[in-house]
Structure formats: structure tokens, C-alpha cells
Design a binder for this molecule. Structure first.
Ligand SMILES: [Zn+2]
Length: 468
């Protein structure tokens, strides 16, 4: 309803509505609880590993005790598995391992039973996340969950030099202005967070210069949002020899997989470092990139388990599926939640930034965004197939069957036949020689759900389990 009113309102009403919501959110987020958690999280960023580990056990114990008392879904499992409160007190990690994985389908079906009914946890907000099967999943939040989430977010910013109150630009999938709108403004200013929200649905060649001029005029301290949107702007600017006239200190990316080729172009144009992070809107714990460019598992935000396809612990170099237990979603507890996002584990233990939390080599993205062929198994990093290829403005790889792949490209005039031959070879090197590749050249590639750009999409389910 709220979205409908917003969508059909004229621009100046949009500004008022958006700022009204922003004001309510601002009040909800800037609490004493938030300040307390922020202090705590900043302190724990530099703790010794043993201490972080001890704190994690303590938090886990609190979480398990709470669901033991207040969540009928978990009470049921504890009963079936003969787990007592004393077991949780003695060894919470052991209890965690004895609990089953929570699938996405179960999270949706049993959302009422999973809910934490502790009377102290009053419902403040219901978030919705779009599920892959169409029906949105509800996410109930209490004040502590909101405080912790924003404190973790702010801690990430602190660790990379972004201070509270700095001006920013955000590119997200929200419909800031009408999709049909042909002329600027393609943005709305949020006064309370000093944040200019820019639409990701209007980034056509004829509009990008307007975007760049606005970025220059606004002169943000940092930018955040979908890497695909930032990349489109940066790529256009570099191609057309347009220089940035402001000096942002950082760029943070979210929601989509960040590819290496995007990072290079974005950093080149904006002349600052890109920091990647992982934290789902479903309330998962965080993975954030540090000053030294390492992705640290935020152990104080939850417990990550990294499993391979056989549900065994993954080893460094392997594509690992994450199973998460969150300390920031207390009203809707997530315990051993099979979130279906994947990473590659790292061999590296310490990056020298001062944070001793474990390091991830790469965030790959959703499990169904990873290509799979009989010859090669999982192929998780398609961005390397674009190395050295000129003239590709946008590209999308869609795998229809184990041996049929469509590559949709938006190209400019520097793209040649030789590049297509090279591209084909790069793809075959990665996907195997038995693969049928079909190249399509299009004017534009439509955005997926929530305005996200889907660079890689697999359209079938893998039945073979012999692979990793
Ligand atoms: Zn680090």
C-alpha cells in the first residue's frame, strides 16, 4: 500500500514521503542500545582470536537458551534430541551441531513457530525479503535486533574510515522514481541520513551524464550499493573520458556478487577503494572487507559453518555453502540456516590489519548462480573469462542445461570477431569443450528481481552429487 502511494505520487510528494519514512527509521536506529553495541563491536574487532571465540560461545549460549525457552519450533527439536538447558550451559557448540539445518522452505512454512515469544522482545518492525519461489519471507524484528544490525553496519564503516554523519550516495533496487520517467531527477535526497538515493532503473546511456553531474555536485564522502550500477557509470565515464570532480573516500558494495573486473573499473573512475561485504536482508551474520582488502567473517555477529556439496566441512579453495546462526536476528532466530549463498574459503589466516577473525577468499553469491558442467563440476568464478576482452559493455551468462549456455552481450564498436573467438575460448577453458555456446547481441539486458543485475544464472537443478 505504502509503496503504491509512493509510486503514483508526484516528485515533491515522493521527497516528503521518503523523508518521513527516513525520519521514523532514523529514530528507530539511533538509540542507546545502538551506541552500546557499536562500542562493543568496535572493541571486539581487534581482540585476540581466543577471546573472540570465547565471546562467540557466550553469545551462542544466550541465543540457544532463549530459543529453548521461547521458540516452539526449537523447543520441539530440543525435546526430540533430548537436549536440556544444562547441555546448552556446558557446551553450546555441541548442541548447535546436533540441531538440524533450517531450509529456506521450512523457514517460510514454520515462521510463526520459529518466532521468539519472549515478552521482552516487542515487535518493532516486519521486514520482507523476496523469496526465490515468489512468496516473500517475513522477518520480525525487535529493538535489539535493529540496534545490533545497525551497529554492525556502522562498525564495518568505522573499520574502513567512514564516520557517522558523512554524506553518501546509495544505489539500491528500490523504486526511488517511476520506472517510466524519462528525464532527471532520477534521485531523492534523504535529509536525515545525508544520503542521496539514486535509481538503478534509469542507467541508460542518455542519462548517465546526468548521474555523473549530480554525483559531482553532491560530492559524497562515500557511495554504496549494487556493484552493477556503479560499474555502468564508471565504465561509461572511462570510455568517454569523463573525470570525476569529487573525492569519495570509499565505496561499499552490497546485494550482488562483486566481480573483479567491476572492482577494477569502479576503483579506477572513483579513485578510491571498493569494500565488499555480505549480510543478507534475512538477518544473516556479516562478512566485511577490511582496510587491507581481506574479507573477515564477523564472528561477533554469528556462527558461520562452511559446507561442501556433501554437507561436510569445506576446505580452503573449495566452493562452500554457508550455514548461518545469527546473533542479530533475535525475534526471528536463525539457527543453522541454510541460506544458499556460497563463498570460497581462504588459506590465509592473518592479513595484518589487526582483526583476527577468519578470512574468506571470495564471496561467490547464490548457489543457483553458479554454473555447473559434467566435465568441470561447479564453475564459480566466471568473471575471469572476461579478462582482456575489449568492447563488452554488459554481459550475462545463462546456463539452460548442463551443456547449453547462452551469452548475452551489450557491445560497443571496439568489439570485434576476434574478441568473440577469444571469449569463446575463455569460456570453454572454464566450462569444458562439450559445451554449446550461443552468443546473442542485444541493446540492453533487463534487470532481475529487486533491480539486481544477474551476471550469471543457472536454470536447472544439479542432480549429480559426485562433485565436491
Ligand atoms: Zn584484515
Amino acid at each position: 500500500m505504502k509503496d503504491k502511494i509512493y509510486r503514483f505520487s508526484p516528485y515533491f510528494i515522493k521527497v516528503i514521503l521518503l523523508n518521513w519514512i527516513a525520519f521514523l527509521n532514523y529514530r528507530k536506529r539511533n538509540t542507546s542500545g545502538y551506541s552500546m553495541y557499536l562500542k562493543q563491536y568496535i572493541a571486539s574487532w581487534q581482540l585476540d582470536f581466543e577471546e573472540i571465540n570465547r565471546n562467540q560461545s557466550k553469545e551462542l549460549k544466550l541465543l540457544l537458551k532463549e530459543v529453548y525457552n521461547y521458540s516452539s519450533y526449537y523447543q520441539n527439536f530440543f525435546k526430540i534430541n533430548n537436549i536440556t538447558i544444562a547441555d546448552i550451559e556446558n557446551d553450546p557448540r555441541n548442541v548447535l551441531n546436533r540441531l538440524p539445518l533450517l531450509s529456506k522452505a521450512d523457514r517460510r512454512t514454520f515462521s510463526k513457530e520459529i518466532l521468539n515469544n519472549n515478552p521482552k522482545r516487542k515487535l518493532i518492525e516486519i521486514g520482507y525479503t523476496s523469496g526465490t519461489s515468489g512468496s516473500p519471507t517475513e522477518n520480525y524484528l525487535d529493538q535489539e535486533s535493529i540496534d545490533r544490525s545497525f551497529a554492525l553496519w556502522s562498525r564495518f564503516h568505522e573499520t574502513i574510515g567512514i564516520k557517522k554523519g558523512m554524506k553518501s550516495i546509495r544505489f539500491s533496487g528500490r523504486l526511488i522514481v517511476n520506472p517510466e520517467q524519462k528525464v532527471k531527477p532520477f534521485w531523492v535526497y534523504n535529509y536525515f541520513d545525508k544520503q542521496l538515493l539514486m535509481s538503478t532503473y534509469h542507467l541508460t546511456e542518455r542519462n548517465i551524464l546526468d548521474y555523473i553531474n549530480k554525483i559531482n555536485k553532491f560530492s559524497p564522502h562515500f557511495l554504496d550499493g549494487y556493484p552493477s550500477a556503479l560499474y555502468i557509470i564508471a565504465n561509461f565515464a572511462i570510455k568517454n573520458d569523463i573525470k570525476l570532480k569529487c573525492n569519495p573516500i570509499a565505496i561499499t558494495t552490497t546485494a550482488e556478487t562483486l566481480y573483479d573486473y567491476q572492482r577494477i573499473i569502479i576503483e579506477d573512475f572513483f579513485q578510491c577503494k571498493v569494500y565488499n561485504q555480505y549480510a543478507s536482508s534475512e538477518g544473516s551474520p556479516f562478512i566485511t572487507e577490511c582496510k587491507n582488502g581481506s574479507l573477515h567473517v564477523n564472528m561477533d555477529s554469528g556462527v558461520f559453518e562452511f559446507l561442501n556439496r556433501k554437507d561436510k566441512f569445506a576446505i580452503p579453495g573449495e566452493i562452500a555453502r554457508m550455514v548461518v546462526t545469527s546473533f542479530r536476528n533475535l525475534k526471528t532466530p536463525l539457527i543453522r540456516y541454510d541460506i544458499l549463498d556460497t563463498v570460497i574459503l581462504s588459506k590465509q589466516m592473518d592479513c595484518g590489519c589487526g582483526c583476527k577473525m577468519p578470512i574468506i577468499e571470495k564471496i561467490i553469491g547464490r548457489e543457483d548462480d553458479i554454473l555447473w558442467t559434467e566435465e568441470k563440476g561447479y564453475v564459480g568464478r566466471m568473471d575471469t573469462a572476461y579478462k582482456g576482452l575489449e568492447g563488452i559493455v554488459q554481459s550475462q551468462i545463462i546456463q539452460l542445461t548442463p551443456n547449453k549456455v547462452i551469452i548475452r552481450n551489450v557491445i560497443d564498436n571496439s568489439y570485434t570477431n576476434d574478441i568473440e573467438i577469444k571469449f569463446k575460448k575463455n569460456l570453454m577453458d572454464r566450462l569444458g569443450s562439450n559445451i554449446e555456446l550461443k552468443f546473442e547481441y542485444v541493446d540492453s539486458i533487463p534487470l532481475g528481481k529487486n533491480g539486481k543485475f544477474e551476471a550469471v544464472k543457472r536454470k536447472f537443478i544439479i542432480h549429480d552429487s559426485s562433485n565436491i
